[in-house]
Write a protein that binds this ligand. Structure first.
Ligand SMILES: Cc1cc2nc3c(=O)[nH]c(=O)nc-3n(C[C@H](O)[C@H](O)[C@H](O)COP(=O)(O)OP(=O)(O)OC[C@H]3O[C@@H](n4cnc5c(N)ncnc54)[C@H](O)[C@@H]3O)c2cc1C
Length: 419
C-alpha cells in the first residue's frame, strides 16, 4: 500500500532527471513560480531513477574508458544545481515513478533508499522520463551505478574481442563503431580508402539502404568511408532478426559471445554484440489511454500539453510524441512548455485570460540538422540543411561530445533568462 505524503504546498511534479526534467525544473523555479501570486505555496518535486545527470551523447566514447572525459563533468549530482533555490521550493526524490493516476492526480514512486512506495498528489505534472536503449551501455536506464557496471563489464571483455557487431545504422550505432574502430584498430593512412586487416572486425548492420537516416545520402556515404578507415564494415538492407548469447556468459548483457542472424538468413558470430537500434520510451507507469501506438506520451505538438490527462499535465523530450528525440529540439520546447504551464497556473489562481498573455506554440525544427562524430578526429553532419565539414563537426561535437554544454544545463545557467 503506497504511503501518501501530505503537503500544504501545491506540488509541481517533474518525472525524470535529465535534459527535459532538469531544464524544466530550473525554468519553473526561475521564471514560473516567482510570477505566481503566493509563490511560496508551490513546490517543485523532481523524481528520478538516477541521482546524477550525464552527458548522454558522450556514451559511445565514454563506454570505452574513463580517461576520455573528466568524470566530474560527465556525471553531475542533480541536487547540486538546485542548492541555489530556497529549500522549501524544491525537493529531489531518488526513485522511479511506477504508476500515474490522472483521475485522482497522483503519482506513485518506488523510493530508491528502501524500495518503499510513496504517493504524491500533483497540481501540475511534467513527464520527462525519456527513453531507454536495448543496450545497457547508452544511458541511465536503470541509474548511474548500473550504467557504470555495464561499462566495466564491457571494458573487461574488450581486450580479447576479435569481432564486434553493432545493430543499427543511426547515429548511436555509427558513433560507437567509429570510436571502437579508432580505439582498437587505429586509422588508415590518408591515401588509403580503408584499413587493411583490422585487428578487430567491426560490423554495423542496418536495415536501411544507407546509414544515418536523418542525413542525405552523400553525407551518409562520407560517414561510411570514414568508418572504413578505422576498420568498420557496413552491411546494408539487412535487419538483425535474432541475437542469441552463447556459452557461459550468456545472459550477461553486452559482454556475451553472440550468434547474430540477419533477415537474409545469414548468421554471424560476434565476441561482442551491441544493439543500437531504436528507443524504448520509459512509459510503463503511464496509463495506456495516454500513450500513442509507439508507446510515447500523446502530447500536443503545439502546446506540449498531455490533453487527455486533464489540466496542467505536460510531456517533453524522448518520452513525448510532440517531436523527434534530439537535444536541440528539446531545448526549444522547454520555454514553450514552461510559458504554457505559467499561463495555466495563473488562470488557476483566478486571473482572467486577458491578464495571462497568449498561449505559446511550439514548432519543431525539421531541417536536416545532425552531427555525427567518427572517432576523436573526424565526423559528418549538417546544420539547418547546410553540410558541415569534418573539422566543424569535430570542433562542435567530436572534441568532447557536447560536454562543453552540459555544465550550464545542470546548473540552470542556461535558463537564466526567460525566453
Ligand atoms: C548514444 C546516444 C547518443 C546521442 N547523441 C545525441 C546527440 O549527439 N545529439 C542529440 O541531440 N541527441 C542525442 N541523443 C539523444 C539524447 O540523448 C536524448 O534526446 C536526450 O537524452 C533526451 O533527454 P530526456 O530528458 O528526454 O530523457 P533521458 O535523457 O532519456 O533521461 C530520462 C531520465 O529519466 C529517468 N527515468 C526513467 N524512467 C523513470 C521513471 N519511471 N521515474 C523517474 N525517473 C525515470 C532516467 O533515469 C533518466 O535520468 C543521443 C542518445 C543516445 C542514446
Amino acid at each position: 500500500m503506497a504511503q501518501t505524503t501530505p503537503s500544504s504546498q501545491k506540488n509541481i511534479i517533474i518525472l525524470g532527471g535529465s535534459y527535459g526534467g532538469i531544464s524544466s525544473a530550473h525554468y519553473i523555479l526561475k521564471h514560473v513560480i516567482p510570477a505566481l501570486p503566493s509563490s511560496s505555496s508551490y513546490q517543485v518535486i523532481l523524481v528520478s531513477t538516477s541521482t546524477q545527470a550525464m552527458c548522454r551523447p558522450a556514451c559511445p566514447r565514454a563506454l570505452i574508458s574513463d580517461d576520455f572525459f573528466d568524470q566530474q563533468k560527465l556525471f553531475v549530482g542533480i541536487t547540486k544545481g538546485f542548492e541555489q533555490y530556497p529549500t522549501d521550493t524544491f525537493r529531489f526524490v531518488h526513485g522511479t515513478a511506477t504508476s500515474l493516476d490522472h483521475t485522482s492526480r497522483t503519482v506513485s514512486v518506488r523510493v530508491a533508499a528502501d524500495n518503499s512506495s510513496e504517493s504524491f498528489a500533483y497540481h501540475a505534472l511534467v513527464i520527462a522520463t525519456g527513453a531507454s536503449t536495448p543496450s545497457p551501455l547508452f544511458g541511465l536506464n536503470h541509474g548511474e551505478s548500473f550504467l557504470r557496471e555495464s561499462w566495466a563489464a564491457f571494458r573487461k571483455a574488450l581486450p580479447t574481442a576479435k569481432t564486434i557487431i553493432i545493430a543499427g545504422g543511426g547515429p548511436a550505432g555509427v558513433e560507437t563503431a567509429g570510436e571502437l574502430g579508432e580505439y582498437l584498430n587505429g586509422r588508415a593512412r590518408w591515401f588509403s580508402s580503408k584499413l587493411a586487416n583490422p585487428k578487430v572486425a567491426i560490423t554495423v548492420v542496418t536495415a536501411d539502404s544507407k546509414i544515418l537516416p536523418a542525413l542525405r545520402a552523400s553525407i551518409a556515404a562520407k560517414a561510411e568511408a570514414q568508418l572504413a578507415k578505422v576498420g568498420v564494415t557496413v552491411i546494408k538492407n539487412a535487419r538483425v532478426t535474432n541475437a542469441v548469447p552463447i556459452g557461459a556468459a550468456a545472459g550477461a548483457d553486452s559482454v556475451s559471445k553472440t550468434t547474430v542472424t540477419l533477415s537474409d538468413g545469414k548468421t554471424m558470430e560476434a565476441d561482442l554484440y551491441i544493439p543500437a537500434t531504436g528507443l524504448i520510451p520509459n512509459t510503463t507507469f503511464v496509463p495506456k489511454e495516454l500513450l500513442t501506438s509507439n508507446e510515447r506520451v500523446e502530447t500536443s505538438s503545439s502546446t506540449l500539453r498531455v490533453e487527455k490527462a486533464g489540466s496542467r499535465v505536460y510531456a517533453v523530450g524522448d518520452v513525448s510524441s510532440a517531436a523527434r528525440p534530439a537535444i536541440h529540439i528539446l531545448m526549444e520546447a522547454i520555454p514553450v512548455l514552461c510559458a504554457n504551464l505559467k499561463r495555466d497556473l495563473l488562470l488557476d489562481t483566478g486571473k482572467a485570460e486577458s491578464e495571462v498573455g497568449a498561449e505559446r506554440t511550439f514548432k519543431e525544427d525539421t531541417s536536416e540538422t545532425q552531427m555525427v562524430a567518427i572517432g576523436t578526429k573526424k565526423g559528418v553532419g549538417a546544420a539547418m540543411g547546410w553540410q558541415l565539414p569534418s573539422f566543424m563537426v569535430w570542433l562542435i561535437k567530436g572534441r568532447d561530445y557536447w560536454l562543453w554544454t552540459t555544465g550550464n544545463l545542470w546548473s540552470g545557467k542556461q535558463w537564466a533568462k526567460e525566453t
